[in-house]
Design a protein around this ligand. Structure first.
Ligand code: ZN
Length: 491
């Protein structure tokens, strides 16, 4: 076999010669040892940068952890020479470009570790096993790459949004997430959503006064944080969250009715109301919601241009007139979803009334423009009060109390935390896979790296200099934002 081929197989540079390959059986496993040396006659002085060919001596070969080869642990046994510099008269060791200084882990392995750290499905243990290192090494290399990552965001965009997600870390069960909804980026993850904590965090922000819009849940402490920290910002209710209050109202009606029929658990009504599939059916929007509508338009556009093979999903023909299997008299029968929905709603007047109120609310949030939002919502609140359904009255109270903030969300369709749903799933998944995190800071850095799909150490130099892409990414935000703004200016 040609040396060249062997080099290609091991992804080694052309300046490296392979002198021998040994396979040793160690601990019941086959380990590969590849003996390498430089084929250059001279080396560059590390101090002054001049080339020297004056050989000083040979060093004892060093063992370097390399990428696995055919699933077997592979080590490089590197023989290095020492040269004497003709200019500065110092002796120095040649650099084979395999590992850095005294580190016995190859650059290739480091890159692999960092790459795998961006995969949300990999735990540190998985990565350690894949790369033939310890979990502590994985942790150390990742933290090294992220060491320049800012501890807090000191400049914020004009529009920001708050969100929270349940995460089991040492810091508690909830994490606070700071987003940039316009560029659809997660800016930071904080360990607490408490008022005092947030105020002290935001007090470090340099441009607090230039923040114009803050989107978040209708949560009194957030409201106070915004008033104190961002004096020039408007507090905008997040559509994703306030819609949930209305959906909860409808679900509470169903739960109340279910309890009324509880005495006879075998009754048709009780079983219908308790069924999980049914409860999802009534909560699902009958028409398209705002996010779905946008997605559908995009898909249609792609299909027209021939970029997508599949025809976009049609809610009415594919979903409501699609069949679902249900069990009746010990046999499965198929029914249209729309018929099933009608069946459930026929059980009680309150349920069908509440359902219609929910649909009306979704219609308003999807189709009504900013200028009509206030009057339409007021009409809806009045309809809720007239319905005399306590759960819907309760929901409408929340909407009425925060009417101004909710109306603000109609100003711009991007004023929403909707995009973070996928991010929140990712965050939850990272925590679940690792069975929780003991160290919040590590969890924060890992999650941000996964969400930004960015890590340092694309090149050897970057690892050494501790420069990382995420750091630069903050500088790029403005450029990227400008492009997106242009895209949206047609609206
Ligand atoms: Zn020198």
């Amino acid at each position: 076999m040609k040396k060249e081929d062997l080099r290609k197989l091991l992804s080694l540079e052309s300046s490296i010669d392979i002198t021998n390959v040994e396979i040793k059986k160690e601990g019941g496993k086959n380990n590969k040892y590849v003996y390498v040396k430089s084929n250059k006659k001279k080396a560059r002085c590390l101090k002054c940068g001049n080339f020297s060919n004056k050989l000083h001596d040979y060093l004892k070969p060093v063992k370097i952890v390399y990428l696995k080869n055919s699933g077997e642990n592979t080590y490089l046994i590197a023989s290095k020479r020492r040269f004497k510099c003709k200019v500065c008269k110092k002796t120095f060791t040649e650099d084979l470009g395999l590992n850095g200084g005294k580190c016995n882990i190859s650059y290739k392995t480091k890159q692999m570790i960092l790459k795998e750290c961006l995969d949300r499905n990999e735990t540190l243990e998985d990565i350690a096993r894949d790369c033939n290192v310890s979990t502590d090494t994985v942790r150390r290399i990742f933290l090294e790459a992220m060491k320049n990552y800012p501890e807090y965001v000191d400049t914020l965009p004009e529009v920001i949004s708050f969100d929270e997600t349940s995460t089991y870390t040492c810091a508690g069960t909830y994490s606070f997430i700071l987003n940039d909804p316009i560029h659809r980026i997660t800016l930071d993850i904080l360990s607490s959503r408490k008022k005092d904590f947030l105020i002290s965090y935001f007090s470090k922000v340099k441009n607090r006064k230039s923040v114009k819009v803050v989107i978040c849940d209708l949560y009194q402490p957030y409201y106070e944080v915004v008033k104190i920290c961002f004096p020039n910002a408007i507090f905008v209710a997040d559509p994703f969250h306030y819609t949930r209050y209305v959906l909860e109202g409808l679900d509470n009606v169903r739960i109340r009715l279910q309890k009324e029929y509880e005495e006879n658990k075998k009754s048709y009504e009780y079983r219908m109301l308790k069924n999980r599939v049914n409860s999802k059916l009534i909560l699902k929007a009958f028409d398209y919601t705002k996010g779905e509508l946008k997605k559908k338009k995009e898909q249609e556009e792609r299909y027209k241009q021939g970029k997508a093979r599949k025809k976009p999903f049609d809610k009415f023909n594919d979903y409501w007139y699609g069949v679902m299997k249900i069990k009746r008299n010990d046999a499965f029968i198929e029914v249209f979803r729309i018929d099933r929905l009608q069946e459930i709603l026929n059980i009680d007047d309150d349920l069908s009334k509440a359902y219609n109120l929910k649909e009306e609310f979704l219609r308003i949030t999807t189709y009504v423009k900013y200028k009509d939002a206030k009057s339409e919502l007021k009409k809806w609140i009045k309809a809720c009060e007239e319905s005399e359904i306590p759960e819907m009255i309760e929901a409408s109270k929340t909407i009425r109390n925060w009417l101004k903030e909710i109306v603000y969300s109609f100003k711009d369709e991007r004023y929403s935390n909707g995009f973070t749903e996928a991010n929140n799933n990712t965050i939850t998944k990272i925590v679940d896979i690792a069975y929780g995190y003991k160290n919040f800071q590590f969890f924060r850095l890992r999650t941000l790296a996964v969400l930004h799909k960015s890590y340092s150490g694309g090149s050897r130099k970057n690892i050494e200099n501790g420069k990382n892409k995420i750091w630069c990414f903050f500088e790029k935000i403005d450029k990227k934002g400008e492009q997106k703004r242009k895209k949206f200016s047609n609206h």
